[in-house]
Design a binder for this molecule. Structure first.
Ligand code: 13P
Length: 251
């Protein structure tokens, strides 16, 4: 019932020509691909170029962030409206790098999420605990606060468009991966939270991605878990060959 989704977060990587080349490779290999929804998130400056390269293919475009206002005196920011205009269908919101480096709060993340939904973009809400939080038994508390804060004031109709990405901070870019069972345990806990906040139907329909050092060699095991519906991939999304293997769940 939940279609798998594999998203590549290119972070602060790739020039225009490199972005175009990677998108063109993916576009040609995934032209008729239907086993999973595939999404890529380049830097802002490459969005329109990548949109052009992906046109006519099922691969969708995402931005890595947005600002919760449409237009106005917000120097340096980009709104969901402009992201849509550039060809985006999705937007990543609340990535742990932004929470840590830019001190983004759950409240600010919630405002972005609501604005993105009002504009017709599908938000990918990122949550996840740090190593210190996990080791001091605060993981469930942290995930609960991030889910409740991030999804505050959302209707069940809006929830149908939201994707959740569970990315334990200690697994991001470290090569350390959560075991399939650790990931499943967190995903199942998050789905339980959604059930309490919304309805069992909403919880059962919400797509949840796993993230943090997802590679071709661990995607298969993760996808076999009941509550994992896909992956948010960083490093391994920068090479077409690796990302394609992940999209096809090939180890
Ligand atoms: P890595 O796959 O490089 O660990 O990054 C994960 C991530 O942060 C995706 O958003």
């Amino acid at each position: 019932m939940r279609k798998p989704l594999i998203a590549g977060n290119w972070k602060l990587h790739k020039t225009l020509s490199e972005s175009r080349a990677l998108a063109t490779d993916l576009a040609s290999c995934l032209r008729n691909f239907a086993a999973a929804d595939v999404v890529v998130a380049p830097v802002y400056t490459a969005l329109a170029t990548v949109a052009e390269a992906l046109a006519g293919t099922p691969v969708k475009l995402a931005a890595q962030n947005c600002y919760p206002e449409e237009t106005g005196a917000f120097t340096g920011e980009v709104s969901p409206l402009l992201l849509k205009d550039a060809g985006c269908a999705y937007v990543i919101i609340g990535h742990s790098e932004r929470r840590q480096l830019l001190e983004e709060s759950d409240h600010f993340i919630n405002r972005k999420l609501i604005k993105a939904l009002e504009t017709g973009l599908k938000p990918i809400l990122c949550i996840g605990e740090t190593l210190q939080e996990r080791e001091s038994d605060q993981m469930l508390e942290v995930l609960t606060a991030q889910i409740k804060g991030g999804l505050a004031n959302l209707s069940a109709t809006h929830m149908a468009e939201v994707v959740i990405a569970y990315e334990p901070v200690w697994a991001i870019g470290t090569g350390k991966t959560a075991t399939d069972e650790q990931a499943q345990e967190a995903h199942s806990f998050i789905r339980g939270l959604l059930q309490g906040l919304f309805t069992p139907e909403v919880a059962a329909a919400t797509r949840m991605l796993d993230g943090g050092s997802v590679k071709p060699n661990n995607i298969y095991g993760l996808m076999a878990m009941d509550d994992i519906d896909g992956a948010l991939v960083g490093g391994a999304s920068l090479k077409a060959e690796d990302f394609l293997r992940i999209a096809r769940f090939e180890s």
